[in-house]
Design a protein around this ligand. Structure first.
Ligand SMILES: [Zn+2]
Length: 304
């Protein structure tokens, strides 16, 4: 019953938000902002860089959230109902929630901003290295890797797509979007070349991480990511011992964890692997450039 009342309340709030909503994108006045909702805070950063003062953005998730299990709050539902654009990148919760957002706001334009970028599949040490066990673990592994925003290459493509979309939604400010795009691409290039410098000459190439968020990064800079999770779950004792012995054979001395959600105790795991250093990264941060440079520095430290 409580749940029902809650949903009725949310519905009423959405209806009133819709009634007062601003005119659609096609009727934008010169200084009216485009309302854009995105799934991931780093993508919000990107849209802010390109849209500047002409956009009003919100991200449904941010530092500490888990996009693999996220559910929107009632106030986020209301803001989505007031948005003109929703930019998707293929994170899990979009599959479940986008249809509900469209129910609440049929004018919402949902656009995949990752078009043109080639995805890799989700890494998992057990499946990449232990083919001989394939028969005992023949569960289907979760498809393509959703952590696009942690790749400068993906961000470059996404930036171009976003600029194109903003220009067609708001042609009056096209030149601003173009010049912001150029600045943003320069920032992305700077991050890319920094990472290249930090990661191209390391002693080791393998790093150990609980959640496989750095697959694109590893791919781009020729590193090998060894995730502890198997299909988003704690590994079985057999899987864990394989992972730990791999870590030992590569001389790995650092375990990467993430802010917020870690499915099991990193400290215990580190002790088992005789690892002395734990570095916490934030795959969900807003400040993309600063965050990527921090991740690069941390990896450089761990690999030397
Ligand atoms: Zn993730």
């Amino acid at each position: 019953m409580k749940k029902l009342i809650f949903f009725v309340l949310v519905l009423l709030l959405i209806i009133s938000a819709c009634a007062s909503r601003k005119p659609g994108a096609s009727e934008l006045n010169k200084d009216e902002k485009l309302n854009v909702t995105v799934s991931i805070a780093s993508i919000q950063w990107l849209v802010d860089q390109i849209g500047g003062e002409h956009v009003q953005t919100q991200s449904l998730t941010t530092s500490g959230d888990d996009p693999h299990t996220y559910e929107p709050s009632p106030s986020q539902m209301i803001s989505v109902a007031d948005s003109e654009l929703y930019f998707t990148t293929g994170v899990e919760f979009e599959d479940v929630w986008i249809p509900k957002f469209l129910d609440a706001n049929s004018d919402l334009q949902v656009i995949d901003i990752s078009t043109g970028f080639e995805r890799i599949s989700m890494a998992d040490y057990h499946h990449d290295h232990a083919d001989d066990h394939a028969d005992e673990h023949d569960h289907d592994h979760g498809g393509s890797d959703p952590h696009l925003w942690l790749s400068p290459q993906a961000m470059r493509q996404i930036a171009q797509n976003v600029a194109g979309i903003l220009e067609s939604a708001d042609p009056g400010n096209a030149s601003a979007y173009q010049s912001n795009l150029e600045k943003t691409l320069a920032t992305i290039d700077m991050v890319d070349s920094q990472l290249n410098q930090q990661l191209s000459q390391t002693v080791r190439k393998q790093f150990l991480i609980i959640h496989p968020s750095l697959g694109y990064l590893a791919d781009t800079y020729s590193l090998e990511m060894i995730p502890v999770e198997v299909n988003g779950q704690e590994p079985s004792p057999t899987e864990l011992s394989e992972i730990l012995s791999a870590a030992e054979s590569y001389g790995i001395n650092t375990l990467f964890t993430q802010i917020g959600n870690n499915p099991f105790n990193a400290q215990t795991l580190a002790e088992q692997a005789k690892i002395t250093s734990i570095i916490e990264i934030d795959p969900m941060a807003y400040d993309w450039a600063g965050n990527m440079l921090f991740i690069g520095e941390s990896l450089q430290k761990a690999l030397n």
